[in-house]
Design a protein around this ligand. Structure first.
Ligand SMILES: *Cc1c(COP(=O)(O)O)cnc(C)c1O
Length: 226
């Protein structure tokens, strides 16, 4: 299947049910992204600042770029002028830094809090309690150039569908609780980003409204060597 075909099939699957499709294009050449773009795709996700900046320079300017990988505070400045959404906010310190650079660029930058739901040591993210603590903090309420649009989570890399389902269920339940407690009046808190190629159907069934697909669209990536 071509990239264009994959996009068109996935759009048919997700658009009628209100699930946004983020095309995760990490490691893929700009020509692959252009093919997806020509098939109508506008949301693209990258996991490193360097690739994001390089591709943003090469590709059409109406693409909405999302950062989905861990962001170091000293790199925020490179993406602040153009980034549409930072899905990987995992500390108050990072949020403060994003706010600072958003202000410098006269922008409000949309963010998701990345919540740690996996049963793995390596994944970044805030615990449920840490996310609550952040939202309750006085520092957070002073940040005027960021807007938290919702939550993002990565499930455990496992064959157990039961486990993945439980992790996504927990995140959806937490999302609903956070919405009621902190964003009751903000309709813009409306994004629950969960689901990758291997588990997006489970994620949608558990209430995801944004899926992040790489290999399903662009084909598999070379395996990382440790
Ligand atoms: C790479 C990546 C994806 C997409 O992974 P696929 O399995 O190729 O769909 C989704 N989310 C995050 C955070 C990623 O790093």
């Amino acid at each position: 299947m071509s990239i264009a075909n994959n996009i068109s099939n996935l759009k048919k699957e997700t658009e009628p049910i209100g699930v946004a499709l983020l095309a995760v294009s990490k490691t893929k050449p700009a020509t692959d992204l252009q093919e997806a773009y020509d098939a109508g795709q506008r949301l693209f996700g990258e996991n490193t600042v360097q690739e994001l900046v390089e591709k943003q320079e090469q590709l059409p300017k109406d693409i909405e770029w999302h950062l989905i990988g861990h962001l170091q505070t000293n790199k925020v400045k490179y993406i602040a002028p153009f980034i549409s959404m930072i899905q990987s906010v995992d500390s108050l310190k990072l949020l403060q830094e994003i706010n600072k650079h958003a202000a410098k660029n006269n922008r409000i930058i949309d963010c998701l809090l990345q919540i740690y739901i996996a049963d793995e040591e390596t994944k970044y993210g805030l615990g449920f309690d840490e996310a609550i603590e952040l939202l309750r903090s006085e520092e957070y309420t002073t940040l005027k150039n960021i807007r938290i649009r919702g939550l993002m989570g990565i499930a455990t890399n496992t064959d157990s569908e039961k486990q993945i389902k439980e992790e996504y269920y927990e995140l959806k339940t937490f999302f609903d609780g956070v919405k009621v407690s902190f964003f009751r009046k903000e309709v813009s808190f409306d994004i629950l980003s969960m689901g990758m190629s291997s588990d997006y159907k489970v994620a949608i069934a558990q209430g995801s409204n944004m899926i992040r697909l790489g290999s399903t669209i662009f084909g598999s990536r070379p395996k990382k060597t440790a």
